[in-house]
Design a protein. Structure first.
Lengths: 292, 241, 332
């Protein structure tokens, strides 16, 4: 273990860029969790589905990865809405634990279906952008990661605008803060839930298109990214948009610095430690109110 | 020495003071009524006394023992049991099992606890529903069950939170009779009630609250004629009883 | 327990004890798996079904039991018969500690579940990186030949009888607790924690004790796991596989009932093993896919589990008689 400035500078750069992507992954989850109080354990698997779609388009059909956004976003929206209507909506009134079990089951199904169809081999695609880098002081910036960061930021801004300025968005925020009041104000809560779930899933479509150029695709990546999303959401505060953004950056940095400082998979220890500490001492997250 | 001594009890919730410098005492064998308009802080006081909330300042002493740092289950074990305004049954347990939970405080042996529970069910007129699940009982039955659960803990002091709310006239009479009987058997009671008739006929003494403060204390007669009380309930009118 | 149940159980016991005399190796292997998971699910149920705190990372305790006894075995030839109690004690302590830290701070439901998942994952990473307990490669239980005193047997019968007795004891312990104050208190905590507190139940202690007991029992199962499969690795014991399977059987069978977990294991393990046998070669995740599908379907259509469905059917049958009403306790 030695701390070279170069190493740390690289970790800083990578951490920030990755953090942006983590934020995007988590924004969808926090939206769903905040609005419907559903803890969607299949969130990571939705991402995985999106990444396979994108991979297929890029590797087999030769598309530019960022053009796939036109497909991945609506596709994930539809997938999210369909799964929600078929499996989650019927049990919204049931206990949270039942919902957790259901989404856990969904994640198992998706993971293993992917294993059947695609086998366990990680798939990497080379695109025009894959090897492009430039230097920022002692650190190397990989362009795909930079684009991912920028894209995530853009998506976050769009989502923020949607939630703040449109009626549908406001309905979502209202339902998330006070369901009964929202109903009384005439908000179509069922439709709002559907929309929130769809949008949350669509964010993963965006993330998928942004990530395929620099990350491998495999049936099990949903596991890790799903966990990251949860950690970020808990850190930032359930249902809190800004919290997801900030939390994403924080976890991106802990991951990057952990990888730089600690060997092997031990690097994850920091991230998990933060998770457990937050759950114990500030379960409402950094930005959550003290309603817990 | 009083059985229960509340001294300068205060509780803030952020900027709101729910209970302010409240002092009163309850003697052995009394039935003391606690009344006040909505939001006066009555349930908060119950929560403070029984250990569900910690006071911001002030003391509560029961049988000479301070209750401030105790958890609710410890308060119950000392002999002070409370009921809940919104009934809190165990939905998937039978009425008998519900009451057994109370009996378990004094009887670790399940056979003894069950016997005790049967006796209590008899007292609150629920024997015929012993094997009915909590989720299948009517409101009146749940109210009686609530009293039964508390009774099974063999309390010295029983805190009843709005036992009469939601009941019709006949049911109220039954509840009143039960409470009086319990008192005759030696249980001291602190009763919160909205229904004026109930509290006036039941209590030996009444403490009146408004905005978390005590505004009057005395016999039902005295309290009924107290101008401050009338004003709190009726507004700025001058009323003659 | 009425006459019919006693007779039924007696017959069942006889069948189970005589099974190795008639069954082939494969059937015995299946039986061991069913009993192992029935046992583990029953142990989980103490915390999850009774006290109502759903741990999604119970593999932690399985792994601790497995690693402790195996380490003692490999390093110092300490018999697993002893090692399992050491592992159990360590696990109970860890469980006690986790319970204290979590419940002291009021963590409930999903948040507690998340902590257990994070903990299990943390243990995977931890053990993968500690060389002295095998790192990512895990540990292999050295084969010393047919040594019952070291919990190693030729063939499957020896293992079968051990796990059969463990499973029976597990059910007996559960039922015993269920009928006494601790069991009632756990159920009360699950159904209405505030009401339980108000009636003198030390809810914090109840939850912690349930955690510790569940941890102890699970860890002992972990020792058996290690001895039977002769290999343990970070993912295989601490990973989500065992954790999910354990809770799945308890939930499918029926939470908070004495027989639910065993029934769940009995129904699902054979199906899953058959799936793995038929498709496993080309597709290692067949049984997980099945579990996922079952979980979704059960949550949608029979959230109270198999026992719940059976209870409903039974009570509808009994409603034709004057005194009806089966309680959550009586029918199980």
């Amino acid at each position: 273990m030695f701390f070279s400035l170069d190493l740390l500078a690289q970790a800083l750069v990578t951490g920030i860029l990755i953090g942006g992507v983590f934020a995007l992954l988590s924004v969808g989850l926090t939206l769903i969790w905040g609005v419907m109080r559903i803890i969607n354990f299949a969130h990571g698997e939705f991402l995985m589905v999106g990444m396979y779609i994108v991979y297929f388009l890029v590797a087999n059909q030769g598309w530019d990865p960022y053009v796939t956004l036109l497909v991945s976003v609506p596709a994930l929206f539809v997938v999210g809405v369909a799964i929600f209507r078929l499996t989650i909506q019927p049990i919204l009134a049931h206990s949270t634990m039942n919902q957790i079990m259901l989404t856990l089951g969904l994640s198992l199904i998706l993971q293993n279906l992917a294993l059947v169809f695609f086998k366990a081999d990680p798939l990497i695609v080379q695109t025009a952008y894959s090897r492009v880098t430039f230097s920022l002081g002692p650190a190397v910036v990989r362009v795909p990661q930079l684009i991912a960061f920028g894209g995530s930021g853009l998506a976050a801004v769009l989502l923020y605008w949607f939630l703040q300025k449109t009626d549908a968005g406001r309905a979502i925020r209202a339902a998330s803060q006070n369901r009964e009041a929202a109903v009384l104000m005439g908000v179509d809560v069922q439709r709002t839930f559907l929309l929130a779930f769809g949008i949350g899933s669509a964010c993963l479509g965006v993330a998928a298109s942004l990530m395929v150029p620099f990350f491998y695709t495999s049936p099990t990546i949903g596991l890790w990214f799903g966990q990251v999303a949860f950690i970020v959401v808990v850190l930032g505060g359930m249902g809190n948009f800004i919290g997801a953004l900030v939390g994403g950056q924080i976890i991106g940095l802990t991951e990057a610095f952990g990888a730089a400082i600690l060997p092997g998979s031990l690097s994850r220890v920091f991230t998990f430690a933060i998770f457990i500490l937050v759950l114990l001492f500030r379960p409402q997250g950094l930005f959550g109110g003290s309603r817990r | 020495m009083s059985l229960l001594q509340v001294s300068r009890l205060t509780r803030h919730f952020g900027g709101l003071t729910a209970v302010n410098d409240l002092s009163f005492s309850i003697d052995e064998g009394e039935i003391v009524g606690l009344i006040g308009p909505n939001g006066a802080g009555k349930t908060t006081i119950f929560n403070l006394i029984s250990g569900f909330i910690v006071p911001s300042s002030g003391d509560v002493t029961f049988n000479g023992k301070p209750l401030k740092d105790l958890k609710p289950h410890q308060v119950c074990q000392l002999g002070l049991t409370r009921t809940f305004q919104v009934v809190q049954p165990f939905p998937d347990m039978t009425a008998l099992e519900n009451v057994m939970m109370g009996a378990f405080v004094r009887h670790a042996n399940p056979v003894q606890a069950r016997d005790k529970a049967r006796q209590v069910l008899e007292r609150v007129n629920m024997s015929h529903k012993a094997d009915t699940l909590g989720r299948d009982l009517t409101l009146m039955e749940l109210k009686r069950l609530e009293v039964g659960k508390a009774l099974a803990t063999e309390p010295h002091l029983l805190l009843l939170d709005e036992v009469a709310s939601g009941l019709n006239t006949v049911e109220i009479e039954e509840m009143l009779a039960l409470v009086r009987q319990l008192n005759q058997e030696g249980i001291t009671l602190l009763v919160v009630e909205h229904v004026m008739k109930v509290i006036m006929s039941l209590s030996h003494r009444i403490v009146v609250l408004d905005f978390g403060e005590k505004i009057a204390e005395g016999t039902p007669e005295e309290v009924a004629h107290n101008p401050a009380v009338l004003e709190a309930y009726l507004g700025e009118e001058e009323t003659h009883a | 327990m009425n006459k019919y149940t006693i007779v039924f159980l007696a017959i069942l016991l006889v069948v189970l004890f005589l099974l190795p005399l008639v069954a082939g190796e494969y059937l015995l292997h299946m039986a061991v798996l069913v009993l192992l998971y029935a046992y583990l699910a029953t142990a989980w149920n103490i915390l999850g079904g009774y006290a109502g705190q759903h741990s999604l990372g119970h593999g932690v305790f399985l792994g601790i039991g497995a690693y402790v006894s195996t380490f003692l075995f490999i390093q110092w030839r300490i018999t697993p018969w002893l090692g399992m109690w050491v592992g159990g004690a360590v696990s109970a302590l860890v469980g006690w500690f986790i319970g204290y830290v979590c419940f002291r701070y009021g963590l409930k439901g999903p948040y507690f579940a998340l902590v257990t998942i994070a903990l299990a994952e943390a243990f995977v990473y931890l053990t993968s990186n500690l060389a002295f307990i095998g790192g990512a490669k895990g540990l292999e239980v050295t084969w010393l030949g047919h040594r019952p005193d070291m919990m190693e047997f030729d063939g499957k019968s020896g293992y079968y009888y051990i796990i059969l007795i463990m499973a029976i004891l597990g059910v007996i312990i559960t039922r015993w607790m269920y009928q006494r104050r601790p069991g009632y208190q756990w159920i009360a905590v699950r159904e209405n924690e505030d009401a339980a507190e108000a009636l003198g139940v030390d809810t914090l202690r109840a939850k912690i004790e349930a955690t510790a007991l569940s941890a102890l029992m699970t860890a002992i199962g972990g020792t058996f796991y290690a001895q039977y499969f002769t290999y343990i690795g970070p993912r295989s014991v601490f990973g989500e596989g065992p954790s999910i399977q354990i809770l799945l059987f308890a939930i499918i069978g029926g939470l908070g009932t004495v027989w639910g977990p065993a029934v769940g294991a009995l129904v699902l393990v054979p199906i899953a093993e058959l799936a793995r046998a038929k498709l496993g070669g080309s597709f290692g995740g067949a049984h997980l896919l099945l579990y996922g599908a079952v979980m979704v379907l059960v949550m949608l259509f029979m959230p109270k589990g198999i026992i719940g469905v059976a209870q409903n059917a039974l009570s509808r049958l009994m409603r034709r008689q004057p005194d009806s009403a089966q309680s959550a306790k009586e029918a199980a």
